[in-house]
Design a protein around this ligand. Structure first.
Ligand SMILES: *Cc1c(COP(=O)(O)O)cnc(C)c1O
Length: 489
């Protein structure tokens, strides 16, 4: 593998993309060159057009992405998103809408937002939605704020939020930021919520339970009705983390399970690519009890026109500028309409089928802590391989050599040495088989040639990195070449 030079290293004085013909008029000193060229960067690179194009194209190929191959990062739903939805969202009419345009000018956009709210409500069985939150974690915070506002109005915001030990890390953070103390609820030996532990902890001091369903082990909470009953009996709310909705869409609805609040990740389930830090959306759905607290403005229809209602005295206020990430909403709507109800059901069925195919195919080679049937993802551990001195990180790094993205590692915390695999509904049988074959070969290598795993990856752009140093001493700025002199790479 060739090391891609820095663009500064490609630079040589006088190189340029193209040159204009010689001037046949007197030169004007106020040229773009003089006005807009940065002067504070010493040795600003001078390169040819072909060098620029090749440099950045090569760099773009050094990262794995879902357009290149399989990306089984559990809990993240790194599925392929149909390009048609990108195309719809990049229509000039959408792109050029000004976020400050008055409602009379953007009736169509408001209708899209309202329609999407309604469709998400139908899919989840909730009463109403806000599309403002920009991510799952922000959705969680908004959900908790709604719950707090309700309790506050009853005279007591309450003190605790219950969260199972298998939960995504954002759940306790959101509850904490909203001013609650987190109490952990144990999982039983099936990997689901221990309802006795829940009943013991569920008091009138508890504002809510945050539950992920299917949970982060990919297991459906079969006792969900009992769980919601226990919480409601003490006047608490059930918050559902709905990031994993591609296991349920078109099959069952959280609203029917008596869930009170839910957030969805449009950038997981509903066709917005993510992972590169691009915009996302974490809409929040609520039941009738919490609807009055939703963020303002709420889009309403008055005299046949869409308008914005700011006059909602119980609202928690605005949680995001403008309307959230509008184009992400457009993609979600386009995705849902193109699939239709049958298509939505099919994505869940295939997501579950694909995951179970992997689980069954690899259960002899990799340890499964829980034998409970799973939905859209499954969690193995490195227990068998640890006997050969191999850890989950070695397995993950070796997968890179096969052109595959590693699974999520060491999460959920209740599975030591976890390898959490979510194939998603968009993978073909052929791609699943290639992954299974690679994993089987890795299991074999762990027994026969563990040193290959210890030093992996071998085929990638960079070798095994010191992740602790990278996290503790991140180098985020490039230093000028002079100061680099004599330094080892
Ligand atoms: C991804 C995820 C979140 C957080 O969503 P972000 O958009 O990354 O903030 C929360 N819970 C679960 C289960 C998730 O998978």
């Amino acid at each position: 593998m060739i090391r891609e030079p820095l663009i500064f290293e490609l630079s040589a004085k006088g190189k340029r993309a193209f040159a204009f013909p010689k001037l046949d008029v007197p030169a004007n000193e106020e040229t773009i060159k003089n006005l807009a060229t940065r002067k504070e960067i010493e040795g600003f690179p001078e390169v040819s057009e072909v060098e620029v194009v090749r440099h950045f194209t090569r760099l773009s190929q050094t990262n794995h992405c879902v357009d290149i191959g399989f990306y089984p990062l559990g809990s993240c739903t790194m599925k392929y998103n149909p390009k048609i939805n990108e195309k719809v969202a990049s229509s000039p009419e959408f792109l050029s809408t000004h976020p400050l345009a008055p409602p009379e000018f953007v009736q169509g956009n408001l209708e899209i937002l309202k329609k999407t709210e309604g469709i998400l409500a139908e899919i989840t069985g909730m009463e109403a939605f806000t599309l403002q939150p920009s991510a799952g974690a922000q959705g969680e915070l908004v959900g908790m704020m709604l719950i707090r506002a309700y309790h506050q109005e009853q005279g007591n915001p309450r003190k605790f939020v219950l969260i199972p030990d298998s939960a995504h890390g954002t759940n306790p953070s959101s509850a904490h930021i909203c001013g609650y103390q987190v109490k952990e609820i144990k999982s039983n030996d099936k990997g689901t919520i221990d309802t006795e532990d829940l009943a013991q902890n569920m008091t009138e001091e508890v504002a809510a339970l945050m539950v992920t369903n299917p949970n982060t082990l990919g297991i459906f909470e079969n006792d969900i009705k009992k769980i919601t009953q226990i919480v409601h009996d003490q006047g608490g709310f059930v918050y559902m983390d709905g990031a994993n909705m591609n296991a349920l869409t078109g099959i069952c609805r959280p609203g029917d399970m008596e869930v009170d609040v839910i957030h969805l990740n449009l950038h997981k389930t509903f066709s917005t690519p993510h992972g590169g830090g691009g915009p996302g959306a974490g809409p929040v759905g609520v039941n009738r009890k919490l609807e009055p607290y939703l963020p303002i403005p709420v889009i309403v229809k008055k005299e046949e026109r869409w308008s914005l209602d700011f006059n909602r005295p119980q609202s928690i206020g605005r949680v995001r500028s403008f309307f959230g990430n509008f184009l992400v909403v457009v993609k979600a709507l386009s995705y849902v309409l193109s699939l239709g109800p049958e298509g939505l059901q099919e994505i869940s069925e295939i997501a579950v089928l694909n995951s179970n195919y992997i689980r069954k195919s690899l259960e002899q080679d990799f340890h499964l802590k829980y034998q409970t049937p799973t939905l859209h993802e499954c969690v193995f551990s490195d227990k068998f391989q640890r006997e050969q001195g191999i850890q989950n990180i070695d397995i993950a790094k070796r997968l890179i050599d096969f052109g595959l993205h590693p699974p999520t590692m060491s999460f959920p915390l209740i599975v030591y040495g976890a390898l959490m695999i979510e194939p998603t509904e968009t993978e073909s049988k052929r791609d699943l088989d290639l992954f299974i074959e690679a994993m089987k070969q890795i299991a074999k290598e762990a027994k026969e040639k563990p040193e290959i795993l210890k030093s992996a990856p071998h085929q990638s752009y960079v070798r095994r990195l010191d992740e602790t140093t990278a996290a503790r001493k991140p180098v985020l700025r490039w230093a000028a070449p002079q100061s680099q002199e004599g330094k080892k790479e």
